[in-house]
Write a protein that binds this ligand. Structure first.
Ligand code: FES
Length: 122
């Protein structure tokens, strides 16, 4: 189970394995300003405060500097969380646009977080 924690609100989003940060947030009903969705424009940059991520596909070398790569800047359209990730949106534009998806995601997050019960003995 992977969770993205969005600061400063502390909103927790459940993300399926292999989902990018962008797709995970969108599947949970959230939207924010993005551009090409292909790692080529840099509009979707966010700050990763804690956790690891990798890029599922190449990103343009000209879009993200070595300094940004080192300081936790992330292209959310291509970044796949390796584990739980704490992020901060740069322009605070994250908004819940589909509350139903938000509720479904919250239920999925709680289910995934619940301790598994051992199978009953027969
Ligand atoms: S939306 Fe263009 S780099 Fe992510």
């Amino acid at each position: 189970m992977t969770t993205i924690i969005v600061q400063p609100s502390g909103t927790e989003i459940h993300v399926e394995p292999g989902d990018t940060v962008l797709s995970g947030l969108q599947k949970a009903g959230y939207a924010y300003t993005v551009g090409c969705r292909r790692g080529g424009c840099g509009i979707c940059k966010i700050d990763v405060l804690d956790g690891e991520f990798s890029y599922c596909r190449p990103v343009a070398e000209t879009v993200i500097t070595d300094e940004e790569r080192a300081d936790g800047t992330c292209l959310s359209c291509r970044a796949v969380p390796g584990d739980d990730l704490t992020i901060q949106m740069r322009d605070a534009s994250l908004r819940l646009v589909n509350p139903l998806l938000g509720q479904l995601n919250e239920k999925a997050r709680k289910r995934a977080k619940a301790p598994s019960t051992p199978p009953e003995e027969q």
